[in-house]
Write a protein that binds this ligand. Structure first.
Ligand code: HEM
Length: 206
């Protein structure tokens, strides 16, 4: 078994801050939206915390974005240039998660420093990082100061529309985190992927 360095330090730092921040955003967001059900902190403290962590996460997003913009490691996110091969790999990964894994079959994806994600991970992470995170950030920013952004808010359909999109993304992230943490436990040991992403950067390659 050899070790390969798949998560460079900037990505591990970004991910640690991002994961902690998102969990706090979900908890404070829940308290703000459903005031009276989960009163862990005073209301105004919760508002301030939600706003400040939001700004930290927006800045932190650029660590991830700029790292991949200027690193050849971005190849992990590139799809296969042959659509036929891309489809076949995606299909066999779906088969693995839906069936093979329960039969103890090997994971069809073999990790490499320039190919660390299977096709499903690569697609989902791009949707999350290039669509869901920017959208939750922009809607959050508009809601943060709705007076300052009145014309932009009106352009997107008003406070109710922007608030609803922000809320739907909140629901999406609640599901995403649960699935993501579960899938992260499916390495050769339960903690293998967590250790690699949060501490060492190294994954075992078989
Ligand atoms: C809450 C606890 C979290 C845990 C335990 C966790 C765990 C992990 C692990 C183990 C990986 C390594 C690759 C893999 O197994 O897929 C990973 C990668 C990743 N996670 Fe998380 N994660 C968490 C939260 C989040 C959140 C909130 C987001 C996004 C909003 C996120 C986005 C990502 C992305 C985009 C990658 C790929 C990073 C790269 O470009 O290399 N994670 N995560």
């Amino acid at each position: 078994m050899t070790k390969i360095y798949v998560h460079p330090l900037p990505i591990r730092l970004w991910h640690g801050i991002n994961a902690t921040g998102f969990v706090m955003m979900i908890l404070t967001g829940f308290q703000l939206r459903f005031a009276g059900t989960l009163d862990l902190l005073p209301f105004q403290t919760t508002v301030n915390l939600h706003n400040w962590i939001g700004f930290v996460l927006i800045a932190n997003f650029f660590v991830w974005f700029l790292f991949y913009l200027f690193s050849d490691r971005v190849r992990s996110y590139h799809p296969d240039l042959s659509p036929r091969r891309q489809f076949a790999r995606t299909f066999s990964q779906m088969q693995y998660y839906g069936y093979g894994i329960f039969k103890g079959q090997p994971n069809p994806h073999k990790m490499d420093i320039y190919d660390k994600f299977n096709p499903l991970q690569s697609m989902l992470y791009q949707i999350v990082m290039l669509l869901a995170v920017p959208l939750v950030a922009v809607t959050g920013l508009l809601l943060w100061d709705s007076h300052l952004f009145t014309p932009i808010m009106a352009f997107f359909g008003g406070t109710r529309v922007v608030g609803t999109v922000h809320m739907l993304l909140f629901i999406f992230f609640c599901f995403f985190i649960v699935m993501h943490v579960y899938l992260g436990s499916l390495g050769h040991t339960v903690s293998a992927h967590y250790k690699a992403m949060f501490i060492t950067g190294y994954e075992d390659s078989h």
